[in-house]
Design a protein around this ligand. Structure first.
Ligand code: BGC
Length: 470
């Protein structure tokens, strides 16, 4: 791996990107594309898994494993990518993850049985995990400080768009065996398109200027900064470069030991934020909502899928709003408002389902879930990913994002693994699991107040100084 990556590195990796007339909209959209594959590959399986189960004659636990194998791969992918990205750069590893996306999607679409499908989903997971650790740091390192919140939120916007595309793909391919190929193969194979786009993006995108400074390549760092700061003059670009160089010069070398030694407050904040982002139960809604309505309220399957699509739209539109407001309000305030909205909606939902007549509660439950999603989408959804790109010192940013991201996948795995069991334990009353998620939403408030730093409007170098002082 080292040799291959060095060979790419020696081939003047920045020449392309600095020679091409790229504009920043292109750079940030393509830079965030990993989010779309993240959303698509995690969202697609809800529709495809029952079809795969009947086609391959699988047991329920085998199907469950096909769903969760991507999460296991993601955890491993997130953990292994950080040290590599501190060493070889964000850009090259984005290219590696695009190749893994292509390979995983191709193998999923052509899988001939259970084992091949699990292997393909683990490869996809490696790619998703890698992209989830790389992209937030890459976007944060490219963005100007006044717009960093909004530009980094593009990652979450792409995730929600990917989820929506997955639901749309499930709906449009279901029951259509085009060209004699089974519907679920089309569903899983359609991920090849965004994966190819990510690969093209990865080839033409510039390397992160902060990574370049850290490697002592000041000439190319200046070129990239000039390319992405077209609206300011060269003197200001030089000023920004000087600030980056000054802080980078004081940095120690990277690595896990350094992460635990110099970046412990950042690590605690990142891991905590990521665990809470999952333990508030978001993916019980994103992955299992049709099942909730089928099991909890006796919905027919065809209608239940539409509930998901509706929630997917609410999630996406609310995230557009998040990109617009992200740089206007302090991140901590948004997180706390989000926690309050989620706690209140989940508490009302739980009480209502425990004391009310479940037969008439489907619509009010749906409305409360929509409020909960809005609360998540304007706060914890984007901000968790924005923060892990921001709060680590440059020398350990890659590896720090890795740990944060891996915590997210671990939390996701726990919720996805136990949600349906929990629902069954409460006799299919959604009030049970949602009361637990409500309790985590409430607990997230003191966590934010005590452990999360405010990063809005500060340069990454100012944040680094703040965090080191802590
Ligand atoms: C979370 C995902 C979730 C998505 C929903 C992301 O921030 O990390 O687990 O599925 O938001 O929009």
């Amino acid at each position: 791996m080292d040799g291959a990556l060095n060979a790419v590195a020696e081939h003047e990796p920045h020449a392309w990107s600095t020679r091409w007339p790229l504009n920043s909209a292109f750079i940030f959209t393509f830079g965030a594309l990993g989010g779309m594959l993240f959303g698509f590959d995690t969202g697609i399986i809800s529709g495809a898994s029952p079809l795969i189960e009947s086609d391959f004659g699988l047991t329920v636990s085998q199907t469950g494993f096909i769903t969760s194998s991507v999460l296991i791969g993601s955890c491993a992918g997130a953990l292994s990518i950080g040290a590599l990205s501190d060493r070889f750069g964000r850009k090259k590893l984005l290219i590696v993850s695009a190749i893994l996306f292509l390979l995983g999607s191709g193998l999923c679409a052509t899988a001939t049985g259970f084992l091949m499908m699990v292997a393909a989903r683990i490869i996809l997971g490696l790619a998703v995990g890698a992209a989830s650790a790389l992209t937030p740091a890459y976007l944060a390192e490219l963005a100007p400080k006044e717009r960093r919140g909004s530009l980094s939120t593009l990652f979450q916007l792409m995730i929600t768009f990917g989820i929506l595309l997955a639901y749309a793909s499930n709906l449009s391919f279901l029951g259509h065996n085009l060209l004699g190929v089974r519907d679920w193969r089309w569903m899983l194979g359609s991920a090849l398109v965004p994966a190819a786009l990510l690969l093209i993006g990865g080839l033409v995108l510039p390397e992160s200027p902060r990574y370049l400074v850290n490697k002592g390549d000041i000439r190319n760092a200046f070129k990239v900064l000039t390319l992405i700061r077209k609206d300011v003059d060269q003197a200001q670009v030089q000023l920004e470069l000087d600030e980056i160089r000054e802080v980078a010069a004081q940095d120690t070398k990277g690595g896990v030991r350094e992460l635990f030694r110099i970046a412990r407050p950042a690590l605690l904040a990142a891991v905590g934020i990521m665990l809470f982002q999952q333990l508030v139960g978001i993916n019980s809604v994103i992955y299992f909502l049709p099942q909730v309505f089928i099991k909890g309220f006796g919905f027919p399957e065809a209608n239940a899928i539409w509930v998901s699509v509706g929630i997917g739209v609410v999630n996406f539109v609310s995230t557009i709003i998040a990109t617009l407001i992200m740089d206007r309000f302090p991140r901590k305030k948004l997180l706390i408002v989000g926690s309050i909205v989620m706690t209140v909606s989940l508490a009302v939902l739980a009480v209502m389902n425990f004391v009310g007549d479940v037969a008439v509660l489907a619509v009010p439950t749906m409305v409360l879930i929509a409020f909960y999603i809005i609360g998540f989408a304007v706060s914890w959804g984007p901000i968790a990913w924005v923060l892990i790109g921001e709060i680590f010192p440059l020398s350990v940013r890659g590896i720090g994002s890795s740990f944060g991201s891996a915590a997210n996948w671990l939390g996701n795995f726990i919720v996805s693994q136990f949600f349906l069991m929990l629902l069954a334990a409460f006799g299919n009353n959604v009030g049970g699991p949602f009361a637990i998620f409500g309790a985590f939403s409430l607990l997230s408030i003191p966590f934010v107040l005590h452990f999360v730093p405010e990063t809005k409007g500060k340069s990454l170098e100012e944040i680094e100084e703040d965090m080191t002082r802590r």
